[in-house]
Write a protein of this length. Structure first.
Length: 233
């Protein structure tokens, strides 16, 4: 199958899965901003997206996209290394017009994946996973620190009241911004928008859209950290 056997096919898979993940990030960012406005409204969303069948199906599909995107990223990286051979050790000047992010996409992606693991531990594990356990008859709030698994606003407030997590999340978001700004327009280029006029437009759109997404997530982190400081005064 050409999606697996050819370099172009693998790049197409990377592009489609990447764009699908961008759409999810957009939804997730918008959802998190609700917590800044109203904790009750955010918790209502969390309850709607808890251990319900449609949410579980979406979670499995999302996990599949992440795994597929990451596996193909490793595959393409190894392929490029084999293609370059010993030339990759040669000292060369940085090509003009080549972004720093484009030369470090795999490292940035690895940081994003590690940050995702932290995020899953702080939120998914303590929320939807605990709800799944409760459906199986296992009732244990120790893992959640005594917070109800549907009280997403409380988890956000608790997590971002800790400076260590605030710093780690902001580093993660910075890596995500660099990854998105290159990956967004690069995916569209792979899918056909490669002429000079459109690629320049997509580069600008990519920067703006990625900034909006990351700024939205960062706003939640900063707002709840400031609230924790004010509450401690």
């Amino acid at each position: 199958m050409w999606l697996c056997n050819s370099s172009v096919g693998r790049k197409v898979v990377m592009s489609i899965t990447g764009l699908a993940l961008v759409l999810f990030l957009t939804f997730h960012m918008a959802m998190n901003l609700v917590a800044v406005i109203s904790g009750d409204a955010y918790n209502w969303i969390c309850e709607m997206l808890g251990a319900n069948w449609y949410a579980l199906v979406a979670t499995v599909a999302l996990a599949g996209l992440v795994v597929l995107h990451f596996v193909y990223a490793i595959w393409l990286t190894l392929q490029n290394r084999r293609a370059r051979g010993s030339e990759r050790y040669a000292v060369t000047a940085k090509p003009k017009m080549v972004e720093w992010s484009s030369q470090n996409m795999f490292v940035l992606g690895l940081i994003v994946v590690l940050g995702l693991g932290l995020h899953l531990f702080n939120f998914w594990y303590k929320m939807q996973f605990v709800e799944i356990l409760e459906m199986m008859g296992v009732h244990d709030l120790v893992a959640t620190g005594g917070i109800a698994p549907t009280d997403g606003a409380a988890f956000i407030a608790y997590t971002f009241s800790q400076p260590v997590y605030v710093i780690l999340y902001l580093i993660w978001l910075a890596a995500l911004w660099f990854h998105l700004t290159h990956g967004f327009w690069s995916s569209l280029q792979t899918l056909g928008w490669s002429n000079k006029t459109w690629i320049n437009r997509w580069r600008i759109t990519s920067d703006i859209y990625s900034t909006i997404i990351v700024a939205g997530f960062a706003l939640v982190v900063v707002v709840f950290f400031v609230k924790s400081l004010c509450g401690a005064c």
